[in-house]
Design a binder for this molecule. Structure first.
Ligand code: FAD
Length: 416
């Protein structure tokens, strides 16, 4: 995070009275114990006020990076400030991999986990589902450990930062694998609507990129296991690109991970943006809404019909699939899901109007908004989309009775 106390996109100025950068878990516990109000900022890649506080803003960037691999349990244990870029190469060298990742590597794992950040793939759950255990620093400064199978665990992983500071996480890992990434161009939206299941199930991870203009989906990014063989010559008539593509038309494809069907390690293909490179546009805003898979073709048709009401605000939009999980506040809680992501131009007024148009188009499908991105749906409506919302509030009340970790964003959204 920069010293000007802004998020990565620059649209949020944090209102923290102070910032603390503890260098050890003991120092972190003591800082939390003394503070009235605390939030952590990870790498600041959220687009709303989820990380904000008027009290103490904690950055865990100066904690010692810890990457402990346990080959027997097929897990890796990392500190609460680590990013995916910090751990991916080490895992790969040890013959291991994460089953899936998001579009970019330089976000903190804790920030991704608590917001249900995801990649794509019909069989890939969101990144929070890889968490096998967690250690929280709670309001009193004490450490609380939870592991998969514990009664509170499913409620505690996706928590919007409202339960405590994650000081350590243990993640499931898998044997490393190679991926071929191929970008196919210009598939008619009508073909996507008709064949969505066939398209998203055609490879390990599939993303559709569209500007919601005209009748075509501009790019289909197919990330296939290298062991599945050579890429298809076409998908439903769409042909492969002959040069590296960037999701945003006109931007430099060489900033992205390797394409054109050349096999490479998982961490050099599953992210869209390569480790060490600039991700996305930079000056931008983002939103994302999730609907059940069953509703997805109708939702694409609804967005297509309404596209003229929001497409002038867009850089690009991405359609991804996420497998169901059991985490209470996950956007894929108990439903296989399709996510509609929107990268907006950095024009606040235009973007908010466009977000409302998208929310209106998706309203019949009860969209769950991405916790870390922009939406205008009221708290009561959002709460009604999560069957375990009451149970989460009780858990938060037990773990943080004084509301030390609650900020205005979380209070308005989940607790009123
Ligand atoms: C260019 C770009 C691409 C993106 N791509 C994707 C994508 O592919 N898929 C997707 O789902 N999302 C995506 N996002 C959104 C991103 O994954 C989320 O904003 C995520 O929260 C970012 O992590 P962060 O470390 O920046 O979190 P921050 O924005 O810093 O914080 C997010 C939340 O995590 C909490 N938090 C952080 N660390 C801790 C901790 N140690 N303990 C407790 N709480 C903590 C904060 O308090 C806050 O509530 C993208 C964002 C950008 C800017």
């Amino acid at each position: 995070m920069s010293d000007t106390l802004r998020n990565w996109a620059g649209n949020i100025e944090f209102s923290a009275a102070s910032i603390a950068r503890p260098a050890s878990v003991d120092e972190l516990s003591e800082t939390v114990r003394r503070a009235d109000k605390v939030r952590v900022v990870g790498s600041g890649h959220s687009f709303n006020r989820i990380a904000d506080t008027e009290g103490t803003l904690l950055s865990l960037g100066q904690l010692k990076r810890a990457i402990q691999i346990d080959p027997d349990s097929r897990t890796v244990t990392v500190d609460g400030g680590a990013t995916y870029a910090d751990i991916a190469p080490t895992l790969h060298e040890a013959g291991l991999a994460l089953a899936n990742v998001a579009s970019l590597p330089n976000i903190t794992i804790a920030g991704a986990v608590v917001t249900a950040t995801h990649g794509s793939g019909d069989r890939n759950q969101n990144l929070s589902a890889a968490v096998a255990a967690l250690k929280f620093v709670t309001a009193s400064g004490e450490i609380v450990s939870l592991r998969r199978g514990d009664a509170d665990f499913d409620g505690a992983v996706v928590n919007l930062g409202a339960l405590g500071v994650i000081a350590e996480m243990t993640l499931d890992v898998v044997p490393r694998f190679d991926v071929r990434q191929t970008v196919y161009l210009d598939l008619p939206a009508a073909t996507v609507i008709k064949n969505l299941d066939a398209l998203t199930s055609s490879a390990y991870s599939v993303s559709h990129f569209t500007r919601w203009q005209g009748t075509n989906i501009g790019q289909v990014w197919v990330k296939a296991l290298a062991s599945a063989g050579e890429p298809a010559a076409d998908i439903l008539g769409a042909l492969p690109a002959t040069a590296p593509c960037h999701p945003i038309p006109g931007m430099d494809g060489s900033l992205c991970t390797g394409q054109m069907g050349v096999p490479g390690p998982w961490h050099e293909r599953l992210f869209h943006f390569a480790i060490g490179n600039t991700a996305s546009a930079g000056a931008e805003l983002q939103s994302e809404f999730f609907v059940s898979r069953a509703n997805a073709p109708a939702a694409i048709a609804a967005l297509h019909a309404a596209q003229d009401q929001f497409n002038s605000a867009l850089f690009i939009s991405e359609i991804r699939s996420v497998a169901a999980d059991t985490l209470w506040l996950s956007s894929a809680y108990e439903q296989d899901t399709i996510g509609f992501h929107f990268t907006w131009q950095p024009d606040w007024v235009k973007t908010i109007a466009a977000v409302r148009a998208v929310e209106l188009a998706l309203a019949p499908f009860n969209p769950r908004p991405h916790w870390a991105k922009l939406f205008t749906l009221p708290g009561a409506q959002v709460q009604s989309l999560y069957p375990k919302m009451d149970a989460f509030r009780h858990l938060a009340q037990r773990m943080d009775p004084g509301g030390k970790f609650r900020n205005a964003f979380v209070t308005d959204l989940l607790f009123t």
